[in-house]
Design a protein around this ligand. Structure first.
Ligand code: ADP
Ligand code: MG
Length: 433
């Protein structure tokens, strides 16, 4: 019998995000965060091999930000050996390397919390996956935990879709969750459970903001820096702005560029400057996430410098160009009319890609993500906008993890995993005694 007190110690959450995995036991106030990537230790010079601990070498793969950085420069073919397993939150079924990375990430996460308690019977692991995750991902994840159970005590495992986890963390029963991650944005109506018919996904996220930042950097003459994702990421966050209205913002920025020039210091020896000529371009970085349908952005697409296109996962289309307000309306239309009003009463934003704020002094033209969504909805459907409250969770990158942990704590252990209902506990072989 697993008591509440046990669950309060040994529930473990893992949120598999496209760019970051958030993990840790229920006892943490915030999760640990690690890049969702792994480095295969292949093609190594003998001189490097000698200096790597044998247990690391025999695993053949490292994960963890420090660990990967340690070996990054020793691996010859980084392109081939540095693997990001998820695209838009999904790992391909036949992508063996991706599954090796996910397995190692899972092992790494759990191994960081060794337990010596003699009453420890194994972790209750609650993992958050994209709402679009196909069935094979659930199965592959359960296989990973079963395999790891030989090394780390695991009692049972469950999976919760990320938007539902966010709703749980927010204690929201009826709502629309907009979860903006690195690879995609999930728009999910919730009424107690996730309403799958109403799920709308956009094939955009933080990655597209990075992509346009990269192209702007090239235009500004920083081609070398543009090649380094790490640098692009910092510049995006520091310089990117979300305009209340793109056209107005660009007009203001072009007539008054000195207000919008900025410098981003990347290291003691490298700095990037958005000069008067390019200061207006800062607004495209934020806008592309919310709405890519503008001439200024189109010109990059037409030149094939960035790609905004639909993608298909299973029977779900991820829309490339659909703006965020249309996505909310499309989602809501698929919900039965009778409950639309309840679901639409609150829209909750979450995910790092929606973490935009306004630098002080630019409030006349720049907005935060919540205001942006309100403004867009108001343009598209003022009646809906007037009835809907929009807010953002307090820690956008952590809420899916938090929700997973709460879910794992509360989900009755008498409920066995059901493939059709996609809920319940998967008891790792031999764990249930
Ligand atoms: P995922 O779960 O898909 O890995 P996260 O919710 O962890 O995504 O968010 C990561 C994304 O959020 C990245 O694209 C990152 O660049 C972006 N991001 C994080 N913080 C900020 C910020 N302050 N401003 C803009 N983008 C941000
Ligand atoms: Mg996420």
């Amino acid at each position: 019998m697993i008591a509440d007190a046990y669950r309060l110690k040994y529930t473990f959450g893992i949120d598999y995000g496209t760019s970051y995995t958030k993990y840790g036991p229920i006892t943490l106030s915030e999760p640990r965060v690690v890049h969702t990537r792994g480095l295969f230790l292949r093609d190594l010079p003998e001189s490097v091999k000698m200096r790597i601990p044998s247990e690391v070498l025999s695993r053949g793969i490292v994960v963890g930000d420090e660990e990967v950085r340690n070996y990054l420069s020793s691996v010859r073919d980084v392109q081939r050996n540095l693997k990001y397993p998820l695209r838009d939150g999904i790992a391909r079924k036949d992508d063996d390397d991706a599954w090796k990375v996910l397995r190692e990430l899972t092992r790494y996460s759990l191994a960081q919390f060794p337990v010596s308690d003699p009453d420890f019977n194994g972790w209750l692991v609650s993992s958050a996956l994209s709402a679009l995750a196909p069935d094979y991902m659930y199965k592959a994840l359960f296989d990973i935990f079963t395999e790891l159970a030989g090394e780390i005590k695991i009692y049972a495992v469950t999976v919760v879709p990320q938007p539902l986890a966010v709703a749980i963390a927010e204690n929201a029963v009826n709502c629309i969750i907009i979860e903006g991650g690195h690879g995609n944005i999930q728009i999910a109506p919730i009424s107690f459970a996730l309403i799958r018919e109403g799920l709308v996904a956009l094939n955009r996220g933080g990655a597209e903001a990075n992509a346009i930042t990269r192209e702007i950097l090239k235009d500004m003459g920083y081609s070398d820096i543009a090649r380094e994702e790490y640098a692009v990421e910092i510049i995006k966050r520091a310089a990117g702005l979300v305009p209340r209205n793109l056209k107005d913002a660009i007009r203001v920025a072009k007539s008054n560029p000195e207000r919008f020039v900025t410098k981003v210091k990347l290291s003691p020896v490298v700095e990037v400057e958005f000069t008067k000529e390019y200061a207006w371009a800062r607004f495209m970085i934020g806008e592309i996430i919310f709405n890519p349908n503008h001439e200024e952005i189109k010109s990059y697409i037409d030149q094939s410098r960035i790609r905004i296109e639909n993608a298909v996962i299973g029977d779900i289309t991820l829309y490339g160009e659909m703006d965020l307000a249309s996505a909310v309306i499309t989602s809501l239309r698929s919900v039965s009319v009778e409950i639309q009003e309840r679901v639409a009463s609150q829209i909750i934003l979450s995910g790092g890609a929606l973490s935009w704020r306004v630098p002080s002094g630019l409030e006349d033209v720049a907005v935060d993500s919540v205001t942006k969504v309100k403004v867009m909805l108001d343009e598209r459907n003022p009646e809906l906008a007037s009835r809907t409250g929009v807010r953002i969770v307090s820690e956008p990158q952590h809420s899916a993890w938090r929700g997973a942990v709460i879910y794992g704590y509360a989900l009755p252990l008498s409920l066995e995993w059901s493939d059709s209902a996609k809920e319940g506990w998967y008891f790792v072989h031999g764990s249930r005694t």
